[in-house]
Design a protein around this ligand. Structure first.
Ligand code: HSE
Length: 313
């Protein structure tokens, strides 16, 4: 049990699932160059009334299920109750990321909750077990386990993740990632349901070859070559036509000077690999044109290299 403080606060960052070239196995954590961080916060403290409690706050908490029992953070708490004995807790989720945005929103809540609860009760779970738990909870939302959001949120950086093995890959010091959320809410579950149960072997081999070339180019710091390999031949052709305005936005961002443009996770957020010269004009175009309502936003980010943040208050 934590004896250092009365509250533990965890911050988990948004991420780009798939990073186009690695469907379900590659993801990058994000850190905006300016302004508020992009991610969810969970605070854990001792309950005052001998019962576990969950409070929901933050800009997007109205989009969460009303029933506490349906909340992922609650599910996370129940998982820890199977693992260790600890007194009743008060948990507060600050839901800062839009739900169904393609920014790894559910992964952020899960990782922040798991990290905060784990730290509060004395860290019974090591990194690998924490990752496994987060992956399982994420699978409840999307319909199948994929670690490409939970792993970068938990570990930081650009992460290549198979079921039981995650590796952080090198990232370009010059890349700026422009991310644009259109405001449309799209469930990952739906966007996975439109995919075939299996892909043609030739297509899978092509994607594997591009992923291999992407990793090799990064390892030799050939970032132009690496960016040219950021393409998805599996999910994106099926998903892109379903995302309002995506194909036009992708084409235009490439014309303006982005090195690669893809769907972040299952969308609708779009990400563009840029540099400090091209990012402002790509961001300005997206800000004006890739938006369907007032929830839309565009941010210029860098890869966030640090893991989930834990504070003892
Ligand atoms: N890899 C997942 C998918 C990411 O594309 O379905 C969802 O955010």
């Amino acid at each position: 049990m934590n004896t250092r403080s009365t509250t533990v606060r965890a911050f988990a960052a948004a991420s780009i699932g798939n990073f186009s070239v690695g469907f379900d196995v590659l993801g990058m954590a994000l850190e905006p160059l300016e302004g508020a961080p992009l991610g969810d916060v969970v605070e854990v403290s001792l309950a005052s009334d001998k019962q576990d409690r969950l409070h929901m706050k933050g800009e997007f908490c109205a989009f969460l299920p009303i029933a506490t029992e349906a909340n992922l953070v609650w599910h996370c708490l129940l998982e820890f109750r199977q693992i260790a004995e600890f007194p009743p807790l008060t948990i507060t989720l600050y839901k800062n990321l839009p739900v169904g945005s393609g920014l790894g929103s559910s992964a952020c809540s899960i990782v922040a909750a798991a990290a905060a609860i784990n730290a509060y009760i004395g860290s019974p779970l090591e990194k690998t077990a924490l990752l496994e738990l987060c992956g399982r909870l994420e699978g409840e939302v999307s319909g199948s386990v994929h670690l490409d959001n939970v792993a970068p949120s938990l570990l930081g950086g650009l992460v290549m993740c198979a079921v039981d093995d995650c590796q952080q890959l090198p990232v370009s010091p010059d890349w700026q990632l422009v991310i644009a959320y259109s405001g449309e809410q799209i469930s990952t579950h739906t966007m996975r349901a439109i995919l075939p149960a299996s892909f043609a072997p030739g297509l899978v081999l092509k994607q594997m070859a591009w992923l291999h070339e992407f990793i090799a180019a990064g390892q030799s710091s050939d970032w132009q070559l690496a960016a040219s390999k950021v393409q998805d031949f599996l999910a994106e052709p099926l998903r892109a036509p379903l995302i309002k305005g995506y194909l036009t936005a992708q084409r235009t961002c490439l014309e303006i000077g982005a090195e690669a443009v893809g769907i972040s996770g299952s969308g609708p957020t779009l990400f563009a690999i840029c540099n400090s010269k091209t990012a402002p004009s790509v961001a300005a175009w997206l800000e004006r044109n890739y938006s369907i309502n007032s929830s839309a936003f565009t941010r210029i980010c860098r890869p966030r290299l640090t893991p989930v943040t834990i504070e003892y208050l």
